[in-house]
Design a protein around this ligand. Structure first.
Ligand code: ZN
Length: 506
């Protein structure tokens, strides 16, 4: 059981990173950090506690992934992984190897360097008998084979000839998946969270609900039951995406917050992705495209007004600068931002929008891992002018509160890789995008912990190692603050603690 009935724990002989410098020991009772100080003092103060010796290892606050997709990540873990498939032949080979089920789902291909995009003709070479869906690494484009295509209704956003779906049309693919029982959902959530714990993640903002109210309510119930059973091994804020007021209102009836689970924000999608050329830009891609606006201004303003009325926070997906501009101008009409409405991604930005973020105090949920993963795409697809203000995470952090995350499974989940990307602005090939946009180690860590807690109004309880904060922290195998920059991505979580309970041990 994970609930608060955990016995008092005393963690000694560590190097806890706190606002006041490093401290040796932390005492956690009832899920909350009660005392921070020297080992000898705390041992004397709390004689009855269970003692864990941290062997001088560095301890930082637990990571809080401000935006990812827990259930899609779980599906990604169970599907064919196409992340490092370099050719169509490789994709087809992996698909064939995995055949033998009733359907085949594959995740994470990147066809940016293929002569032609991945299409039904390629997937038909795997099978024409069973439906096959392959999601592009960005999650905003998918290719399906002929069999899957035949099962889909006709709709805008489907390129029937090539079997390629973009943006809103992707939700049609949900119809192909078998309805999942609540039990199965719970199992998947539990497994995914435990994988996250192994990376030192103790909190998440997860967007698992989109368009379908019935499924959404089942997912909500699955989380709630896990919470009640004390089986949530990370604290969850459930981001939900609806564009119909009735659905939002129905969902809001379920609103209440506990230390482990809270509902919201409402997620709105304003555009797509860079890789799919669906991110909305103010200057065209090198191909001449401008991207796709996935929500009209009128509806955006209406939904923002509705959210304000209901006291509901909004997190808006905006990758292109023109999408951010849409949101900021709609927000300006609200005159203030008490609900901390925020933008998610902000991969492409402009100086005037930076000023606007600062002025309206709009926080940003950023994924530094995309600097590493998307750099080539950005260089190839964006105008030189827009590239200059892309991935400008230091400038954004100076303008407003930036909260880091991974967008997993679309970005790699590992926060250590994200931190390294934020510190170096570098990809795996050692190419640096904007040296002047590198952030410091302390700043990057704060973005991955305290600032993410700010997004869910929990900064007084979460994100720091201090009395009164949740007992959420991660013991690292090596010292984050002194290892060479290039080794940060290889750091491991030795021990992950949530509410004083050890949820992962390496
Ligand atoms: Zn996302």
């Amino acid at each position: 059981m994970l609930s608060f009935e955990v016995k008092p724990m005393l963690f000694v002989n560590g190097r806890f990173f706190t606002d006041k410098g490093f401290r040796e020991a932390v005492y956690v009772e009832g899920g909350i950090i009660r005392t921070v100080g020297r080992s000898v003092d705390l041992l004397r103060l709390h004689p009855g506690a269970e003692i864990i010796d941290l062997e001088k290892k560095t301890v930082v606050p637990g990571f809080n992934d401000s935006h990812l997709h827990v259930l899609s990540y779980s599906r990604f873990l169970e599907s064919v992984n196409l992340r490092d498939a370099k050719t169509k032949e490789e994709i087809i080979r992996r698909g064939r190897e995995a055949l033998g089920q009733n359907s085949l789902v594959m995740y994470g291909y990147d066809d940016g360097s293929f002569p032609r995009p991945l299409s039904r003709f390629d997937l038909d070479l795997i099978s024409t008998e069973i439906p096959i869906v392959a999601y592009r690494s960005c999650g905003h484009v998918a290719a399906v084979n002929g069999r899957a295509l035949a099962l889909l209704p006709e709709s805008e956003g489907i390129d029937i000839e090539n079997g390629i779906l973009k943006e809103n049309a992707l939700s049609l693919l949900e119809g192909l998946k078998p309805q999942e029982s609540k039990l199965r959902l719970k199992e998947r959530i539990k497994n995914a969270l435990s994988r996250l714990n192994a990376y030192g993640i103790t909190s998440v903002g997860t967007n698992d609900v989109k368009d379908d109210l019935e499924t959404g309510l089942r997912i909500l119930e699955a989380y709630r039951e896990l919470e009640e059973e004390g089986e949530l091994s990370a604290r969850v804020s459930l981001q939900f995406a609806f564009t119909e007021k009735e659905k939002i209102a129905a969902f809001l009836e379920e609103r209440r917050a506990s230390p482990f689970f809270r509902l919201g924000p409402l997620k709105l999608f304003l555009d797509g992705s860079l890789g799919g050329e669906t991110a909305l830009l103010s200057e065209p891609y090198t191909s001449g495209n401008w991207g796709i606006q996935t929500l009209g201004e009128g509806l955006l303003e209406e939904l923002l007004g509705f959210a304000e009325e209901k006291g509901l926070q909004v997190g808006a997906h905006a990758i292109g600068d023109a999408a951010s501009a849409l949101f900021l101008s709609a927000l300006r009409k609200q005159k203030q931002n008490r609900l901390r409405h925020f933008l998610i991604h902000l991969q492409v930005l402009r100086p005037d929008l930076l000023a606007c973020l600062r002025e309206l105090q709009v926080p940003a949920a950023l994924q530094p891992i995309f600097i590493a993963e998307d750099m080539e795409i950005a260089k190839r697809k964006l105008s030189k002018h827009l590239l200059k203000t892309s991935y400008c995470f230091k400038s954004i952090s100076e303008a407003t509160v930036s909260a880091f995350g991974s967008d997993a499974p679309y970005g790699e989940i590992n926060p250590f890789r994200g931190l390294q990307a934020a510190l170096t602005q570098e990809n795996e090939q050692g190419e640096v995008l904007h040296p002047e946009e590198r952030v410091t180690r302390e700043e990057a860590l704060k973005c991955y912990t305290e600032n993410s807690a700010y997004l869910t109004f929990e900064e007084s309880r979460k994100g720091r190692i201090a009395p009164g904060q949740y007992g959420d922290f991660v013991v690292l195998c090596k010292d984050y603050f002194s290892v060479p920059e290039k080794e940060i991505s290889e750091l491991k979580a030795e021990l992950t603690v949530v509410g004083g309970r050890i949820v992962h041990r390496r």
